[in-house]
Design a protein around this ligand. Structure first.
Ligand SMILES: Nc1nc2c([nH]c(=O)n2[C@@H]2O[C@H](COP(=O)(O)OP(=O)(O)OP(=O)(O)O)[C@@H](O)[C@H]2O)c(=O)[nH]1
Length: 139
C-alpha cells in the first residue's frame, strides 16, 4: 500500500554551508520549537510570494546573520517526507561563499561538523538520507 500524500505540502529550503576545511554547519533547534534539541541544516519555510532561493537568502540572514548572493546557492538534492500533519518537501542547496561569520541569532547552538561525524548528531527523520549524500560529496 502506498502512503497517502497529506493535503498540505510544506515547501522548505535549507543550506548545507561548507567551510574551506570541508566542515558543514548544523544548527540545534532551540527549546520551545518543534523537534527541539535536534540538529538541522539552517533554512525554513518558503513564504508566498518568495522563490525558494529568496526564502533561503532571507532565512540565512535571519537565523545566522550571513549574507549570501542568490547565485551562490548551488542546487544539491531534495527530500520528500510524510510528516504527521503535513508533507515536507525540502530543497537543499550547497553554499560555499557568504559574508560575515554565522552566529545563532535565534538562540540556536551552531556546530561545524566534519562529514564523517554527521551521524553523531540527532536530526529530524527527513534528514537521514542527506548524511550519506554529503559524505559522498565531501569524503
Ligand atoms: N530548516 C530545516 N528544517 C527542517 C530540516 N529537517 C526538517 O525536517 N525540517 C522541518 O522543516 C520545517 C522547517 O520550518 P521552519 O524551520 O521554518 O520551522 P519554524 O521553526 O519556523 O516553525 P516550527 O516551530 O513550526 O517548526 C520544520 O517542520 C522542520 O522540522 C532541516 O534540516 N532544516
Amino acid at each position: 500500500m502506498t502512503t497517502p500524500f497529506r493535503p498540505h505540502t510544506l515547501l522548505v529550503t535549507a543550506a548545507i554551508l561548507i567551510k574551506k576545511d570541508n566542515t558543514v554547519l548544523l544548527a540545534q533547534r532551540p527549546e520551545g520549537k518543534t523537534f527541539a534539541g535536534l540538529w538541522e541544516f539552517p533554512g525554513g519555510k518558503v513564504e508566498v510570494p518568495e522563490s525558494p532561493e529568496a526564502a533561503l537568502v532571507r532565512e540565512l540572514n535571519e537565523e545566522l546573520g550571513i549574507t549570501v548572493q542568490p547565485e551562490k546557492l548551488e542546487p544539491f538534492t531534495f527530500v520528500s517526507e510524510d510528516c504527521a500533519t503535513f508533507h515536507l518537501l525540502m530543497a537543499l542547496y550547497l553554499v560555499r561563499d557568504w559574508e560575515h561569520d554565522p552566529i545563532g541569532r535565534e538562540g540556536q547552538t551552531l556546530a561545524w561538523v566534519p562529514a564523517s561525524e554527521l551521524g553523531n548528531y540527532p536530526m529530524p527523520k527527513a534528514d537521514a538520507p542527506l548524511v550519506p549524500r554529503i559524505q559522498a560529496l565531501l569524503g
